[in-house]
Design a protein around this ligand. Structure first.
Ligand code: NAD
Length: 492
């Protein structure tokens, strides 16, 4: 293409099985946050592309084979796609790393295999999950059919670009829906590759479509307000979730929202401190803290807080920033300049709020070093707001009741971690927390059958296993009269 940098790769929307560029030539670039240079060029979609993609998905749903072929045949194709994902793991992993700075080892060993696992799990789940039967002695037989809902719009964030997109599209596709996926503008490439691979795996055209663009006044807003959409599954910031829910309400489109978090991490006096430090480092600094589930507000019992903080700082200092494409790197840059500015803005105000940076701080380029902050008051924004960077606040507590109240005193309610060797305490505290997931003596361990989601500003609804089935299908009751009984019961 004339005037284009030779090392910029060009990708299109994937609509109706074709990769298409922008009709009007509008485009945007994906910038590698480590090098600061554009590496990929994408067409900038808007209402026109949203219309085209929804129409393609609608055609594929209304007249194509995908919803009709049955779960077993869909499973074969989804497993083939999972195989192709693993065969292309380097390419996919590198795309996420270049798009948003994630260490390639994280993408290669975690995100890409989990993407394949999501595809396989939901493909199998749709085949193997029984549906309810309601036998009756009074002459009728009732059962539930889980029928695909139709056209699903999936909107994904940039922090786990491929993996989180697969968490949405795998159950949607396995249950026979067709999908229009809009990736985040900062991380558009790996899912475009996934859509190419889906066609290679034998998925019919129009079943998985990808539209690129921004959110407001762009492809995202057009898709969420579209009257031809049957489900919207969204992952992103809580404030964006409100906008998406508003748009969805126009047509009463059911919406599932996986939103922001402010994960609390509680270290009790009886915790195994070595284990607690190891998991807390992962919880706070994996993916440079750009994790909705990050354990960014840490509470340690007063009797251990000094020792725990010393060890936490020492472990944090071992995470040396580096080129995310280097397999030895554990800490990459933040995803973009705008996000870096937001995170460092919080660093700038630590002292003014009366806190101390025990270790860490701003690094070079778009890096922020793993940062441990102490001494902040309860209302400091660092303790209450989602920062989405490698910053963790440490606060001492004295009693179980006090720390439970602290954890629950948040608009967010995505997850919490507890570190204790006291079994009764673990169950008791887990039961009293107002969050979607509690991890005891671990972090980030996911069972795809379990519900996943948040309360309060952390989301609406649950996904995972049968929870995904509930969302991506229209359950239908079929009642068959098999006897002579003419009594209709209570009726409607
Ligand atoms: P974001 O809300 O800025 O963007 C998410 C997606 O929504 C992007 O694709 C964006 O283009 C699109 N979008 C933005 N405005 C829109 C609008 N008005 N209508 C339709 N689409 C719109 O979020 P982000 O910065 O990409 O991701 C980080 C956020 O995601 C954090 O808050 C994080 O906690 C959250 N997150 C939550 C989970 C979870 O499972 N709960 C997982 C990962 C990330």
């Amino acid at each position: 293409m004339a005037g284009q940098q030779p090392d910029v790769e060009v990708f299109g929307h994937v609509i109706g099985g074709e990769e298409v560029t922008a009709g009007d030539g509008a485009h945007f670039d994906s910038v590698d946050p480590y090098t600061g240079t554009a590496w990929a060029r994408l067409p900038l979609g808007g209402a026109a592309e949203a219309d085209l993609a929804v129409a393609a998905a609608r055609r594929a749903f209304d007249t194509g084979p995908w919803p009709r072929m049955g779960a077993a045949e869909r499973r074969t194709i989804l497993h083939r796609l999972a195989d192709l994902v693993l065969e292309n793991r380097e390419l996919l992993a590198l795309a996420d790393t270049r798009d948003m700075g994630k260490p390639v080892t994280q993408s290669l060993t975690k995100d890409v295999p989990r993407t394949a696992e999501n595809l396989r799990f939901f493909a199998d789940h749709a085949c193997l999950t029984p549906a309810e039967v309601y036998p009756s002695d009074t002459g009728h037989h009732a059962y539930t059919r889980y029928e695909p809902a139709g056209v699903v719009v999936a909107i994904a964030p940039w922090n786990f670009p491929l993996m989180l997109a697969s968490w949405k599209i795998a159950p949607a596709l396995a249950w026979g829906n067709t999908v229009v996926l809009k990736p985040a503008e900062d991380s558009p490439v790996s899912v475009t590759m996934l859509a190419r691979l889906a066609l290679e795996a034998g998925m019919p055209p129009g079943v998985l479509n990808v539209v690129h663009g921004y959110g407001p006044d762009s492809a995202g807003a057009a898709l969420t307000a579209h009257p031809g959409v049957d489900r919207i599954t969204f992952t992103g910031e809580s404030s964006t979730g409100v906008a998406v829910a508003r748009a969805a309400a126009t047509h009463l489109t059911p919406v599932s929202l996986e939103l922001g978090g402010k994960g609390a991490n509680v270290v009790f006096a009886d915790a195994d401190l070595d284990q607690a430090v190891e998991w807390s480092v992962r919880a706070a600094f994996t993916n440079a803290g750009q994790v909705c589930l990050a354990g960014s507000r840490l509470y340690a019992h007063r009797s251990v807080v000094g020792e725990f903080t010393r060890r936490l700082c020492a472990a944090a200092e071992r995470l040396v920033p580096g080129d995310p494409k280097d397999p030895g790197t554990l800490l990459g840059p933040l995803s973009s300049e705008a996000h870096h500015d937001k995170v460092t803005g919080y660093l700038d105000t630590v002292t003014a709020w009366g806190g101390s940076v025990e270790t860490g701080g701003a690094g070079s380029g778009l890096f922020v070093r793993p940062t441990v902050i102490t001494g902040l008051p309860k209302d400091a924004p660092h303790r209450t707001e989602e920062i989405f960077g490698p910053l963790v606040t440490v606060t001492p507590f004295d009693t179980e009741d006090e720390v439970v109240a602290e954890v629950n005193d948040s608009p967010y309610g995505l997850n919490a971690m507890l570190f204790t060797e006291d079994l009764s305490r673990a169950h008791r505290v887990a039961a009293s927390l107002r969050v979607g997931t509690v991890w005891v003596n671990c972090f980030f361990v996911r069972d795809l059958r379990a519900p996943f989601g948040g309360v309060g500003r952390s989301g609406l609804g649950r996904e995972g296993g049968t929870y995904s089935r509930e969302f991506f299908t229209e359950p239908k009751a079929v009642v068959v009269r098999i006897g002579d009984d003419t009594d209709t019961g209570a009726g409607a």
